[in-house]
Write a protein of this length. Structure first.
Length: 315
């Protein structure tokens, strides 16, 4: 009854099943209603449960209902062949990996802010928590010793407000402006503050390196690093990134992200990475990671669109 109620409520046009862990009743009921079924990113571990070992005939019956089956490895293909599919039923693909979203921005702001900062290096500290502010300010002072015209953009997060950043930065003799008030930095501006999340795309585009906050302080889990990498910004981060650990690990393994633990390490990394040649190497590595799963994503999108067109009688 619960399966029928679910399908009655949602009335799906098609079903995409990932990894494995099949639910026979749901799959069979959806198939009986004429709902196209696709199994993607299937993994060996998804078919090693007790149900699959004890009831191979059930698995065989369920797998036969999928119009397309994509697996992430030859080992997964062999496992599904053991459960009754033929080699021609299976397509071996890369693993389905998340990619970075190219965040939008106002193009006029890009050109105008770039003009205001021409010849200056920029770094972006996104999502800075109250416990991280002193680390970021200390790192900026450290980096200014070797890059005197360096501009820091800070987006505060959590309980940290723009006025708090402004007051503390001024107390430490930094020259500060609030971008959200419509101010453009001049040659003397050392820190630009913006709370508006809509400008993330703007600052990631202009900053060759970004520190992602919520990663040094406990309890926050960091921010999505693929958003920065998708717009060509090298990533610096602390050790507390549980929410996006897989993405940080992928970027770090490719050389597109580096972990830091304190203000000295952050300042040293900023000094090195704002150099165009260093930033370009990391940006290229980041783009490779972000685009790694794009071809498979496009293939799945085409598969879905073709199925929907067929249902609508457009093909």
């Amino acid at each position: 009854k619960s399966v029928a109620a679910f399908l009655d409520h949602w009335s799906p046009d098609l079903c995409i099943w990932t990894w494995g862990g099949l639910r026979p009743n749901l799959i069979l009921a959806a198939s009986d209603r004429g709902c196209p079924l696709f199994l993607i990113d299937a993994d060996t571990a998804g078919f090693d449960g007790r149900r699959d070992r004890w009831l191979p005939d059930v698995a065989r019956t369920v797998l036969a209902r999928f119009a397309a089956v994509m697996v992430r490895s030859p080992a997964a293909a062999r496992r599904l062949m053991q459960l009754g599919l033929t080699r021609d039923d299976i397509e071996v693909t890369t693993a389905l990996l998340p990619g970075g979203q190219a965040l939008p921005c106002n193009e006029d702001d890009v050109s105008e802010l770039a003009s205001a900062c021409v010849g200056r290096a920029i770094w972006f500290a996104n999502g800075v928590q109250p416990e991280e502010l002193q680390t970021v300010l200390s790192a900026h002072r450290h980096a200014l010793r070797l890059s005197h015209r360096l501009l820091l953009v800070i987006r505060p997060a959590g309980d940290l407000r723009p006025d708090d950043v402004m007051s503390e930065a001024r107390a430490q003799d930094f020259r500060v402006l609030n971008w959200d008030d419509g101010n453009y930095p001049d040659e003397t501006t050392q820190i630009l503050i913006s709370e508006d999340i809509r400008d993330l795309g703007l600052f990631y585009r202009l900053a060759p390196v970004s520190f992602l906050g919520g990663s040094l302080a406990a309890g926050h889990g960091g921010h999505d690093p693929l958003e920065a990498a998708a717009l060509g910004s090298a990533v610096l981060y602390g050790p507390r990134v549980s929410r996006f650990m897989q993405s940080y690990s992928r970027l770090a393994a490719a050389g597109a992200a580096r972990i830091i633990n304190d203000s000295s390490a952050l300042g040293t990394a900023i000094t090195r990475l704002v150099a165009p040649d260093q930033a370009a190497v990391m940006a290229h590595a980041g783009w490779d990671v972000v685009s790694e799963g794009a071809a498979l994503t496009d293939q799945i999108s085409d598969l879905v669109q073709d199925a929907l067109d067929a249902q609508a009688g457009l093909s």
